[in-house]
Design a protein around this ligand. Structure first.
Ligand SMILES: Cc1cc2nc3c(=O)[nH]c(=O)nc-3n(C[C@H](O)[C@H](O)[C@H](O)COP(=O)(O)OP(=O)(O)OC[C@H]3O[C@@H](n4cnc5c(N)ncnc54)[C@H](O)[C@@H]3O)c2cc1C
Length: 323
């Protein structure tokens, strides 16, 4: 049977890339996301007059095809280079890192790229898909919010982290379930610091060592942001794993004090976020999974590497295999 209508669960960059590839090949595609907006871990939070990219910080383009795409996004004004000064930071010592690497960000926010890219796609937001069921040749989807989704689909694609994918895969597809449940994702506790006045520091982003943090960045050094000083500080996987079952009220004082130690100034207003599935520990090194017999596909960064380029490539390669 010819595959015509495809459901994609997840509007992170992998789901979007897969959808655009399928659309270009003439397929009908419907996307679902539990969130109210697209982008997944490419996300931005706004608070009063501040905004902060609290998931992916920037992206790079290594492969030729992704470089070409990045150039077209530049031309369309979806992204801009981030020219902030990036350093390495260890116990108060600052050293240079390779600043010739071109780093890109969505403008005016990291999640703007996803917003631009879904403009021509059919997406249902605020739909948490909680069950997928195959009835003869069709897939039926159920969401927490709506119950059974009206449409049925010839093929379903899971563009979501592996634990969530394992939970959705029907029990009779044990092999696929096991593949997903064996992939370990690492957590990331994130502090978003909102400063009342601008701080003078000799860097805009730093790879940090010997601290709970592995990365901190000044959001307002990125292009087309507001000038209000906000920082995103991301704890390293070991520290985040240690505190994964702790509450925000327990973790925030530790993050704030570690942040203040680096920047040398008080941090009075802040929020935190725990990314339970931030990055993959050991990727599977296969770009995507496509089970033609069961008409189910899987894509996402965790199959390749936790970067935006890898997630995009995974979705694109899966889309190209569907006939
Ligand atoms: C803290 C942090 C920092 C990072 N920094 C960088 C960086 O600097 N550079 C870089 O290149 N990469 C970075 N990454 C990695 C990058 O963000 C990811 O590799 C990429 O965004 C993954 O895209 P994805 O589409 O595979 O998954 P996701 O972005 O996770 O998208 C999955 C989507 O599925 C939705 N979803 C999940 N379950 C369901 C369900 N049951 N029903 C409906 N919808 C569902 C989610 O809401 C989400 O929108 C970072 C990630 C984190 C968390």
């Amino acid at each position: 049977m010819k595959i015509d209508h495809i459901a994609i669960i997840g509007t992170g960059i992998a789901g979007i890339s897969c959808a655009k590839t399928l659309l270009a090949a003439g397929k009908r595609v419907t996307l679902f996301d539990k969130s109210a907006r697209p982008g997944g871990r490419m996300s931005t939070r706004t608070f009063e007059h501040w905004s902060a990219d609290h998931g992916a910080q920037y992206f790079t383009a290594k492969g030729d095809s992704f470089k070409n795409l990045t150039n077209s996004w530049l031309t369309h004004g979806f992204i801009q280079p981030w020219l902030g000064k990036i350093v390495a930071y260890k116990n108060g010592q600052i050293t240079d890192v390779d600043n010739t690497l071109q780093r890109y960000v969505g403008v005016p926010a990291m999640n703007s790229l996803a917003k631009y890219l879904v403009a021509d796609l059919k997406v249902h937001f605020s739909q948490t898909i909680c069950k997928i069921e195959q009835v003869e040749d069709s897939w039926i989807l159920f969401s927490k919010e709506q119950g059974q989704i009206q449409d049925s689909f010839d093929l379903v694609i899971l563009a979501i982290p592996p634990k969530q994918a394992a939970d959705l895969i029907p029990d009779r597809m044990k092999n696929l379930q096991e593949v997903c449940s064996h992939v370990k994702m690492l957590p990331c506790w994130t502090l978003i610091a909102y400063q009342e006045s601008n701080m003078t520091l000799p860097f805009d982003g730093a790879f940090v060592e010997e601290s709970p943090f592995s990365w901190i960045a000044r959001n307002n050094s990125k292009p087309l942001r507001s000038n209000n000083e906000s920082w995103t500080a991301q704890a390293n996987p070991e520290w985040s794993s240690q505190y994964i079952n702790h509450s925000k009220s327990e973790v925030e004082p530790l993050l704030v004090s570690a942040f203040e130690e680096i920047v040398g100034q008080p941090c009075k207003r802040y929020q935190s976020h725990l990314w339970r599935y931030a990055r993959v520990d050991s990727p599977r090194n296969e770009s995507f999974i496509l089970d033609n017999n069961n008409r189910i596909g899987i894509c996402g960064d965790w199959l390749v590497n936790s970067t935006i380029e890898s997630a995009w490539t995974s979705g694109q390669m899966l889309g190209e295999q569907i006939e």
